[in-house]
Design a protein around this ligand. Structure first.
Ligand code: HEM
Ligand SMILES: *[C@@H]1O[C@H](CO)[C@@H](O)[C@H](O)[C@H]1NC(C)=O
Length: 501
């Protein structure tokens, strides 16, 4: 037995070595970017990257310059840190730099969804139809109703709401945006009280999944946590299932359209359930955290809060809620809020940190703005991390770590779109939504929801921090690269509906 074990072990080791030899032996060729294989064979820099991608990439950038290839867990990633050289990468054809394959692997692992050809185009088409333009106006109305329901309850304003309440700001924002966003997109039944309870239950599970998510993607969960993730996935597939969804009468046209297309393609119902889970994740994971940062910055910067409130009064008028009433809101106002728009862009600049990936489909010549050319190998990945290379660049955004609510305003009050690096106008001066083929198709709806929520909060409510001196929390280092960052601690605040005069 013991002998067989040893033989088997040796055999396995030999297989592993053979499989990984090409990776281990890889050497930088002429014209290739600097290659950094990292301290550990096979793992490469994976541990440092997972622990804190921001600090890791900062170090590599200093060491190697604007382009470098690092080994992460047996795969090679070439990071490009010069934003003036982003254009060709973002615009490159799918045949050369592919996004689809990368995302297919990820969604299969995370959501169990086996993607079929044309999926991404289908999602983008549905989103252009129903999350922008005229479709967005319908959804805005649904979102206002949902926010009213979630924030005031099914019966509207009650005297209790005018007392001071205390809550964690992150939990408060995430909870409200999640429930309202979920109900608006995934639909109601006839029983609103029951809908609210169900939304709350799903939120609790969602947050659990959300907390495990970064380490799940990186394969770092312990056995118990693996089991928990599997249970959560199963539970989401069940509660969100198409079977239940059809019982709801007000599912958004966005989701209806996509589910119809999947049905027409003959996708099995169980797979459709997984698709719905994926859409829940994409649509609800970032809006709550963004709202948290926006409100926190406003509370920490009274001059910004005052500017936003003045603008809100201008476009919406002074608002007070009467007993048993719901919020009223002029939707055209959403189009006339340059100050709030600047606050949103500044919030996203400081807190949105996605990574963009493409797979190199055939050997590829990367042309940098400087004229320098690099060869990239087929099968490697190209990656951008604009948070570090754009959002935090002091040349593009002076004092990059400081919140300046009017950073994206011209002196005449219009939206500022002119930003420069090395004397050249820079097109991608913030990239919270990704870019090119994979740009977030929900970005217009996302901004509308968050702005709607923030405007309701600043017009109808009084808000104060429990400890006005509490610093803005640092970002949780686990989540660099996963979209909107989350705070490393909770911030307590008090709120009440403004009393009637
Ligand atoms: C502040 C809020 C949001 C942020 C910062 C955000 C950001 C992003 C980013 C960075 C990506 C990936 C881009 C890439 O891989 O290159 C993405 C994808 C996506 N987002 Fe958003 N998003 C937000 C809200 C929403 C909302 C509200 C919806 C829908 C209602 C949505 C729907 C999607 C979908 C469906 C995808 C996948 C698209 C694809 O597979 O090509 N997002 N988002
Ligand atoms: C405001 O200023 C910007 C740049 O300073 C300019 O491009 C824009 O045309 C101005 N808008 C108006 C309405 O004057």
């Amino acid at each position: 037995m013991v002998l067989w074990g040893a033989v088997l072990g040796a055999l396995l080791a030999a297989i592993v070595v053979c499989l990984c030899l090409p990776g281990l032996l890889r050497q930088r060729k002429p014209q290739e970017p600097p290659l950094d294989k990292g301290p550990v064979p096979l793992l490469g820099h994976a541990m440092a990257f997972r622990k804190n991608a921001f600090e890791f990439l900062k170090g590599m950038w200093t060491k190697h310059g604007d382009v470098f290839t690092v080994q992460l867990g047996g795969q090679y990633f070439t990071f490009i840190m010069d934003p003036l050289s982003f254009g060709p990468i973002i615009k490159e054809s799918q045949k050369k730099l592919d996004f689809v394959k990368y995302s297919q692997q990820l969604v299969l692992k995370v959501f169990g969804y086996q993607s079929v050809e044309g999926d991404i185009q289908m999602i983008h088409l549905a989103s252009t139809k129903y999350l922008m333009g005229a479709g967005l106006e319908v959804l805005n109305t649904a979102m206002l109703d949902s926010l009213s329901l979630v924030m005031l309850g099914p019966k509207g304003w009650s005297p209790d709401a005018s007392c001071w309440h205390e809550d964690g700001l992150f939990h408060f924002c995430y909870n409200i945006l999640f429930k309202a966003g979920y109900l608006s997109l995934f639909g109601y039944t006839k029983d609103k009280e029951q809908d609210l309870l169900r939304a709350e239950e799903i939120f609790v599970k969602f947050r659990r999944f959300d907390l495990l998510f970064p380490r799940f993607v990186y394969n770092l969960l312990g056995p118990r946590e693996w089991l928990e993730v599997a249970q959560l996935q199963h539970l989401f597939h069940k509660t969100l299932s198409v079977k239940h969804s059809l019982e709801r009468d007000s599912m958004s046209t966005w989701l209806c359209y996509m589910l119809r297309r999947l049905r027409e393609q003959g996708i099995a119902p169980a797979m459709q359930d997984k698709f719905i889970f994926m859409m829940l994740w994409a649509s609800q994971g970032n809006t709550g955290p963004t709202s948290f940062w926006a409100l926190l910055f406003l509370m920490k910067h009274p001059e910004a809060m005052q500017a936003v409130r003045e603008e809100a009064i201008q476009v919406l008028g002074e608002a007070r809620l009467e007993p048993k009433k719901f919020f009223s809101f002029k939707f055209s106002a959403l189009k006339h809020t340059p100050v709030l728009d600047s606050v949103m862009e500044e919030t996203l600049r400081l807190k949105a940190a996605p990574t963009l990936f493409r797979v190199v489909e055939s050997d590829y010549t990367l042309k940098m703005a400087s004229g320098q050319e690099y060869l990239l190998r087929r099968g490697d990945k190209v990656a951008l991390f604009p948070y570090l290379s754009v959002h935090m660049d002091p040349e593009i955004h002076p004092e990059p770590t400081t919140f300046k609510y009017d950073r994206f305003l011209n002196s005449n009050g219009s939206r500022k779109v002119d930003f420069y690096k090395a004397g050249k106008k820079i097109h991608h001066y913030i990239m919270p939504w990704g870019s090119g083929v994979s740009i977030c198709p929900g970005r217009f709806f996302a901004l509308s929801e968050i702005k709607l929520f923030v405007l309701l909060m600043v017009t109808y409510f009084d808000l104060v921090l429990v400890d006005p001196d509490i610093p803005v929390p640092p970002c949780d280092p686990d989540r660099w690269g996963f979209g909107i960052s989350q705070p490393s601690y909770e911030v307590c605040f008090r709120y009440r509906l403004k009393p009637l005069e």
